[in-house]
Design a protein around this ligand. Sequence first.
Ligand SMILES: [Fe+2]
Length: 347
Amino acid sequence: MPTTTASSARTRSRPATRVPAGPTRVAKASVARASAAAWPDHGAPREPAYRRAGFAGRPHRMTPTIRPRHDAVGLGLRRALMDPLRAAPTGAFDFLECAPENWIGVGGRLGDAFNELVSRHALTCHGLSLSLGGCAPLDRTFLARIRQFLDRHQVALYSEHLSYCSDDGQLYDLLPIPFTEEAVHHVAGRIRQAQDALGRRIAVENVSYYAAPHQAMDEASFVNAVLDEADCDLLLDVNNIHVNAINHGYDAAAFLAAMPAERVVCLHVAGHHDEAPDLKIDTHGAPVEPPVFRLLDEAYGLLGPRPVLLERDFNFPPFAELLGELDAIRRIRDTRFPAGGMAAGDA
Ligand SMILES: [Fe+2]
């Protein structure tokens, strides 16, 4: 078993001090009209977990949010891509995803460019530093700033990693949680606290990991147990399944089949580094590999259409190559769902 610790390359930025202005509501409203109707209906609305669990969070003032379409194909919003993203023609991508940590408090020309860009596109958020699996208390001030950011930009989907990245201080890495019942209760309780503080359901992402500290249960059972106890959604990273399956010797298709379809709200694909035949490193710094596209196809087949986000964090190719990867995702989707993504299985 590889002994490497998790070391995904992530874009991090020091926040500036100015608070950005809100997005342009008129343009955002047109995105809402185009996006809202086709989002998967997961059945009758459930009472939010944070209320059923009896948390004493203040009542949530419902802020209008914008979800990507169920068959959307999106791209990670990175600083290095700001210019081509802003110049891209309509329809080049369907939504964007950013790490709120990298944009909270950013002002000036960069903040203005961010606001202008996300005013024209549906935005999802994928956090880096909440440390859901950690032991130090959740940072309430940070959660309040995240909530404000999500509300300001009408973000419907906020996800975080099923891992930990801090103790007394920030560790700047995504470290694996032991797969134990105790850890299930621990992290599920913290997810409920986060949902309470944020006033909304969140999704957690299956992470890539290299060291495996303790495994009283397998990864699929652990993920399912956390989702059930926390009553939250799942952001399913297909590349992470592929990487983990090779590094830890399990069957990727079986893992995929064990995931609860009704909780999967978004998929990630990304490139990785081939260190050795039995060691893949989740880098987000290379093109998506064919086995990951094949696993995405299987995911579409099992889950039905879901928004798919291409993660690329560094080693950026010409922008046209990234758009070509988005087209590859669309071809897989359209082959699976030739009727335009409204096929059976659209849960
Ligand atoms: Fe991911």
